[in-house]
Design a binder for this molecule. Structure first.
Ligand code: IPE
Ligand code: IPE
Ligand code: MG
Length: 251
């Protein structure tokens, strides 16, 4: 097979890439370590990917860091993930802010410990004026919870008489999601070999391309990202329409 010409292959950059960062626990277990020791290594992988993404034509990067279902994990592991989010923001916020990154946290704010909610708000406030690169961290995020919250908000608008049920559209529902204003993800990547969405971006990934990579998240790097984007570039997106060649042939 001929090598891919990257200039040629990325005509529609910047892309929105969303990643289910999976496999931290297994990475640690394979080394005979307690599961939660995989999470700091996962943060190192986040740094590598955030750094590499703009060079790969990515303009929006959304990382699934903690799901609404991850509260079911042992309290010690949950506390470790909360600690690492705070550590990451404390250590990297200034550098990210100065390089033009805009940070946004997706998901439910209610239910976050106050110190975590505070740091999340600080990261968003500090980078609110940036527009070089958009980094979303899905934290206490669940696609169903986000849709439920949107349904509640729409119902409240209907109950108060501000909105008629027949006026509810794709756009109005989208506007109530925590992803309001983001382009839909072009590419959803999941690491660790699992092939499921686990409640990530249920509405937004309706026409996303999926790439599943057999690598544990702490081992992820720029080469894996390149490989996923190369795979994406071979796909033909149709959005329910016909294959481009067939449309041309049909005149
Ligand atoms: C993903 O890695 C990180 C979080 C969900 C916080 P896991 O912790 O799910 O790793 P595995 O799937 O158990 O290996
Ligand atoms: C999805 O991974 C959530 C994150 C990566 C934050 P999980 O490890 O929680 O998903 P399941 O349990 O394997 O479906
Ligand atoms: Mg997992």
């Amino acid at each position: 097979m001929a090598p891919i010409d990257h200039e040629e292959a990325t005509p529609h950059a910047p892309l929105h890439v969303a990643i289910v960062m999976d496999g931290n626990g297994r990475w640690a277990k394979r080394r005979g370590l307690p599961r939660q020791l995989g999470h700091p290594k996962g943060v190192d992988a986040i740094r590598r990917v955030v750094e590499a993404a703009p060079d790969h034509g990515v303009g929006w990067l959304t990382l699934y860091a903690f799901s609404t279902e991850n509260w079911r994990r042992p309290a010690g592991e949950v506390a470790e993930v909360m600690r690492l989010l705070k550590l990451y923001v404390n250590s990297d916020l200034e550098k990210l802010a100065r390089s033009g990154v805009r940070i946004r946290i997706l998901g439910r704010r209610t239910g976050l410990p106050p110190d975590v909610a505070e740091i999340v708000e600080r990261a968003e406030r500090r980078t609110a004026g940036n527009d070089k690169f958009f980094l979303q961290v899905a934290f206490n995020y669940g696609g169903r919870a986000d849709l439920v919250d949107a349904a509640r908000a729409l119902a409240a608008d209907v109950a108060s008489g501000r909105l008629a049920p027949e006026d509810i559209s794709d756009e109005l529902l989208q506007a109530k999601l925590s992803t309001d204003g983001l382009p839909d993800p072009d590419l959803v990547i999941r690491t660790s070999g699992e092939q499921r969405l686990s409640n990530f971006l249920l509405w937004e990934s309706a026409y996303s391309e999926f790439v599943f990579q057999d690598v544990l998240w702490p081992d992820y790097n720029a080469e894996y990202l390149r490989a996923a984007i190369d795979e994406y570039n071979k796909r033909e997106r149709r959005y329910g329409g016909a294959v481009a060649d067939d449309v041309l042939a049909a005149g």
